[in-house]
Design a protein around this ligand. Structure first.
Ligand code: ADP
Ligand code: ZN
Length: 733
């Protein structure tokens, strides 16, 4: 049997194990790795993805069936991206068929063909009166012709024509036959003529950064470490300009769907280049088009959230990862990958530069700078010349808050509001109150499915569990002693009411996931803020990311202690990043802003150092702490998480998993810790626990996982236990 004529295929619709072996189709070339094939299964046929070419198969030759048909002439991905996908499957211990399927638009997973290049139609240019004479007795031809004449030389896409007139294709053929209409392929844009607006003149710092990042000279990873409003985006735009001019594509990643339109708009305002924007809000058809346009090179700019790191590009010249520290780059379920890390790998395999931008770089990235894997380019000044905000810690022990607001904060707010500025209050807690409890027996309302208190929503008259979504109506009085229940603490819903009562003349915009669902609503509120219809902005994390609020005079963190005592090893890093990002919203323009942090722990070293030395000082200390305590990035982790309805089978499974390849399989290079209960042990009516594998050497951990995870997959699993593995976890609680 000739080598390569045996294929290992992941078969849809799940593309999971078991992988199946097939013979190459009887006719035509052998399907390549990364192409789709139609294969027989039982009496039916399925779409599959070719994962490997085999030398031999365990399936007896007379039982091997040939592939019915090759669906793609060449791999769906460019070579670098295909390599990254295959590498990621191994690294993150996820079935490679599912990884490739994950990286495909829905329709392609189902076997649909790639959409062809768009075709346009235009009027052939005959004088209008002569043309009209030829369609005088055909009203539909006349109508279509007029539309084409209106559209001019740019013509109309077939899709637009289809929307215009049912049965358009027959009509346009008639027009074509009379020499009145012609089809043409869209011209690829001229790389020398991509600029739509004049680029801004760079500041000296920006220019130095741009010059230090040569385009078109192979792989290099640059960490663009620039304070908020230092003009990082403008630096990206200058790099993109060079890359477009050299005839190559650019891929830009943003951490979340809310920020992609903003980035895409800035790119499209600057460049005439066609763009593909990919995020979770697209319809299947839109996603397929964007994906295919990027792949074929029709889209010169590709912008998207984390999964866009897998979008193939014919001639990629640059990758930009904006807000590289953002936790959203880590996928938290299913295929648990880190998109920033994979972007770096993709750039290196493609031999192109990559820029990671942030005002608060991840400790991982800073260590990579120390180890000379990344080059750091700094922007230390706000472009507008604005100074960093003046910060003030307010000790809540000395200034007891009333309705959440201390007297110094109320004073600062009044001053700012009266002088015409906007103020922003950050409170990362949704709902009316986090606790509803009986003041006598101290019994809080708890979720019946989780180890968690239920959050009280007063307006809706509901108790809601933020972990499992359970909801119920609260009883007015304690079930045991009949005392009326009381709320403790405050979330954004309550603070909004309190603010409206205290500052009735200043409209409040509340931005959190309860109040802002969907992009429309977000745009609406952001518009209201820009037009200054709102004067007080109140919100959760949603407010802290990337948005530019020019007239903010004051930023206040209502509860800086939230997260100060987190049990997660990344807790301090996340808190510092959030505080710095929130603070960065203030003083983006001329006036220096004011930053107020309310805390009960004004002496806490993290807060003190952050105020005194800023993020770089904090990060240096935090990195040392991670080094001395042996946490990432100085150690490498993988968590095996499992859950089951009751504790016994869960323990049984994890203990079995721990010894799946022998009692001391991990050896001295890799520690295997646990089983330990999760921070929230009971969640969604199931018990959660985990094993933690840790090693100082990434390679050792990897080779351990290579042996261990397959063995765990083979284990006999007690009923109703489910488990997953998370390599480089964002959290280990
Ligand atoms: P960052 O991404 O670092 O937060 P931006 O790139 O969004 O900063 O820049 C902040 C603001 O400053 C934007 O409104 C941008 O248009 C403006 N800006 C950036 N660079 C310049 C420049 N060289 N000259 C004038 N304005 C600039
Ligand atoms: Zn719950």
């Amino acid at each position: 049997m000739p080598v390569d004529s045996l294929l290992r295929v992941a078969v849809g619709p799940r593309f999971a194990a078991p992988l199946l072996d097939y013979l190459a189709p009887a006719e035509g070339p052998v399907p390549q790795i990364g192409t789709r094939v139609s294969v027989p299964l039982g009496t039916g046929r399925r779409t599959g993805i070719v994962l490997e070419h085999l030398e031999g198969s365990e399936v007896p030759a007379d039982r091997l069936r040939p592939v019915l048909k090759a669906l793609d002439a060449e791999p769906l991905w460019d070579p670098a991206t295909l390599e990254v996908l295959r590498w990621a499957a191994r690294y993150y211990c996820h079935p490679s068929g599912q990884v490739l399927a994950y990286a495909l638009p829905q329709q392609l997973r189902r076997g649909a063909g790639l959409p062809p290049a768009p075709v346009l139609w235009r009027a052939s240019g005959k004088p209008a009166n002569e043309a009209h004479g030829l369609v005088a007795r055909a009203p539909r031809q006349r109508q279509l012709l007029d539309r084409l004449i209106e559209a001019g030389r740019d013509g109309l896409e077939e899709r637009a024509l289809a929307a215009l007139m049912p049965g358009w294709r027959r009509i346009i053929r008639l027009l074509e036959g009379k020499g009145l209409a012609e089809s043409f392929a869209p011209a690829s844009p001229d790389p020398a003529d991509m600029l739509r607006e004049k680029p801004l003149a760079l500041s000296a710092e920006q220019a130095a950064a741009v010059n230090a990042m040569p385009m078109g000279q192979g792989y290099a990873c640059h960490l663009l470490d620039g304070v908020t409003a230092s003009g990082k985006t403008e630096v990206y735009l200058h790099l993109v300009e060079q890359v477009l001019a050299s005839g190559r594509q650019c891929l830009l990643l943003a951490p979340e769907i809310g920020l992609t339109p903003q980035l895409a708009e800035r790119l499209q305002a600057r460049f005439r280049a066609p763009a593909a924007v990919l995020h979770s809000g697209l319809s299947d058809g839109e996603r397929l088009d964007a994906w295919a346009n990027a792949r074929a090179g029709r889209a010169r700019l590709v912008v998207g959230t984390r999964s866009a790191v897998f979008v193939p590009c014919r001639e990629l010249g640059l990758i930009v990862v904006d807000e590289e520290h953002d936790p959203s780059y880590k996928q938290q379920d299913g295929f648990r990958y880190q998109a920033r890390d994979l972007a770096v790998m993709r750039a290196s395999k493609a031999g192109i530069p990559i820029v990671l931008g942030s005002a608060t770089p991840a400790l991982e990235s800073l260590l990579n700078v120390q180890r000379k894997r990344y080059a750091r380019r700094r922007l230390t000044q706000k472009v507008t010349g604005a100074r960093p905000p003046q910060a003030r810690l307010v000790d809540l022990n000395r200034h007891p808050p009333e309705h959440g607001l201390s007297a110094p904060l109320v004073r600062a707010m009044s001053e700012q509001l009266e002088s015409g500025s906007q103020v922003l209050l950050y409170l990362n807690r949704r709902g009316f109150a986090p606790v509803l409890m009986c003041p006598d027996c101290r019994q809080a309302e708890e979720c019946r499915h989780c180890d968690a208190r239920m959050v009280f929503y007063r307006r809706r008259g509901l108790l809601l569990c933020h972990h499992c979504g359970a909801r119920r109506r609260p009883a007015p009085v304690c079930g045991k002693c009949g005392t009326p229940l009381q709320t403790i603490g405050r979330g954004t819903e309550r603070l909004e009411e309190e603010l409206q009562a205290r500052f009735p003349d200043y409209p409040v915009a509340r931005m959190d996931r309860d109040n802002v669902r969907g992009r429309r609503r977000l745009e609406h509120i952001l518009g209201g803020i820009r037009e200054r219809r709102y004067r007080i902005l109140l919100g959760t994390q949603m407010l802290t990311k990337g948005h530019d609020f020019p007239s903010l005079g004051l930023v206040a963190v209502i509860d800086a202690d939230q997260g100060l005592f987190s049990q997660e090893f990344r807790g301090p890093e996340r808190l510092a990043q959030t505080l710095v990002q929130v603070a960065g919203r203030a003083g983006r323009r001329e006036k220096p802003g004011l930053l107020v942090l309310q805390t009960r722990f004004p002496e806490h070293p993290l807060l003190r150092q952050l105020l005194k030395e800023g993020y770089p000082g904090f990060a240096a200390t935090a990195l040392e702490l991670r080094r001395s305590s042996g946490w990432p990035p100085f150690a490498h982790l993988a968590v095996l998480r499992a859950n089951a309805p009751e504790a016994a089978s869960l323990d049984e499974f994890l203990n079995r998993a721990k010894t799946a390849i022998g009692a001391d399989a991990a050896g001295s290079d890799v520690q295997l810790l646990g089983p330990a209960p999760a921070l929230m042990e009971r969640r969604r009516d199931r018990n959660h626990a985990q094993l933690l594998a840790r090693s100082a050497s990434r390679a050792r951990l990897q080779s351990f996982l290579d042996r261990w995870i397959p063995a765990v997959r083979e284990l006999k699993r007690p009923r109703r236990v489910s488990w997953s593995v998370d390599v480089d976890p964002a959290e280990i609680g």
